[in-house]
Design a protein around this ligand. Structure first.
Ligand code: GLY
Length: 364
């Protein structure tokens, strides 16, 4: 098992380990029992993860003589709302959870966001642990303490920065992951290669077929490297006021495409086509060499991720969503651009004309 320490200088007691391995659930139970000191553990999972892994995970904790219960909520992004938070909080009260209890988020990004948010406000905050079961949660959302829920007015409008006590990543969860979920994670991994690590990008280019087969040894290496990159960025900018924004590479246009499709396009596909759009914009602005832009497009295609914007998604619709985003964020969209693969920078604005032209180019 590999351990990566995330150090937060502002508060050493908020630092924590990210543990990565294959088939390590028993060891995870042991570490939780040894290090955590909570009197009671409450595992929180959505209905899908609960059916697949809920009982076996509870058994592991109970085998360690820990008092453990499970709270379940309906699977899906629609659960990321205040009703779920209140329902989970009330169930915690019924179970007798108090400030000596700890929560365990067993699941993907939605579960991590919900559990982190509840943990940050329940009885003025209690500890929580992340056990991410999707690839995107393993390489991205479980690390860095962002929590949040959606409002009808928009996504993640209520939330906190609240770091977990530990992140435990077991690659065996990838065995039961549907392809679209695996691809959501792959898109974020490609993003890490593009914004931070040309060696990771080379590896993705050279091992595309084995990645698609989910070769475990290779995936372990790739997940470890991705977590190391995310750890490094969060250590410098925990509160997302500077360098952490480079994690949004491909997301400005990607989020607009995803929302304009009514969320029928997956996050991974939307970010993939968003990264191609961003790379094309960088080349048009004479920042990125065309060879690098071509490598990005070729890799995205080789991994079977989305490389075009379907005709059904209108250009004015995408542009208006980018403009709304801009209004919400103080009239500045922080576009993440590239000088070359591995060298990103943040730009205050890109002319609408260039975004429009790029979107039109990406029609098939
Ligand atoms: N997923 C983006 C971030 O953690 O900042």
């Amino acid at each position: 098992m590999k351990q990566i320490k995330l150090n937060l200088e502002r508060n050493v007691s908020s630092s924590y380990d990210i543990c990565i391995g294959h088939n390590i659930l028993d060891r995870i139970g042991l570490i939780i029992a040894k290090n955590n000191g909570a009197h009671r553990h409450i595992v929180i999972a959505d209905s899908t993860v609960s059916a697949l892994h809920g009982d076996s995970f509870l058994d592991i904790l109970r085998k360690m003589n820990l008092t453990a219960d499970l709270i379940e909520f309906p699977a899906g992004e629609a659960s990321k709302n205040m009703d779920t938070i209140l329902s989970v909080a009330r169930q915690l009260i019924e179970l007798g959870a108090d400030r000596s209890s700890a929560l365990i988020a067993l699941g993907g990004g939605v579960t991590g966001d919900i559990v982190g948010f509840v943990a940050s406000i329940y009885m003025r905050s209690i500890p929580y642990i992340q056990v991410p079961t999707t690839l995107v949660a393993q390489v991205d959302s479980s690390i860095g303490g962002k929590t949040g829920i959606d409002l009808p007015e928009g996504k993640n409008l209520l939330g906190t920065f609240y770091q977990p006590k530990g992140v435990f990543i077991d690659l065996q969860f990838l065995d039961t992951l549907p392809d679209y979920e695996f691809n959501n994670g792959l898109a974020e991994i490609v993003k890490y290669g593009i914004i931070d690590d040309v060696t990771l990008f080379d590896l993705l280019e050279n091992q595309t077929e084995d990645i698609k087969k989910r070769d475990m040894t290779l995936m372990k290496r790739i997940v470890q490297q991705s977590c190391t990159i995310k750890r490094g960025i969060v250590e410098i900018d925990e509160k997302d006021v500077g360098i952490r924004r480079i994690l949004n590479f491909g997301h400005t246009i990607g989020h607009a495409v995803e929302a304009e499709s009514g969320y029928t396009i997956s996050h991974g596909d939307a970010v993939s086509v968003g990264m191609i759009a961003a790379a094309r914009i960088c080349q048009k602005l004479d920042y990125l060499p065309s060879a690098d832009r071509k490598r990005i497009e070729t890799l995205i295609r080789a991994l079977d991720l989305l490389d075009h914007i379907p005709e059904s998604i209108s250009t004015p619709g995408i542009l208006s969503r980018i403009a709304t985003d801009k209004k919400k964020k103080g009239h500045i969209v922080h576009f993440v651009l590239l000088k070359r693969i591995g060298v990103p920078f943040i730009n205050g604005s890109v002319a609408d004309r260039i975004i429009h032209e790029t979107i039109e180019e990406l029609r098939k």
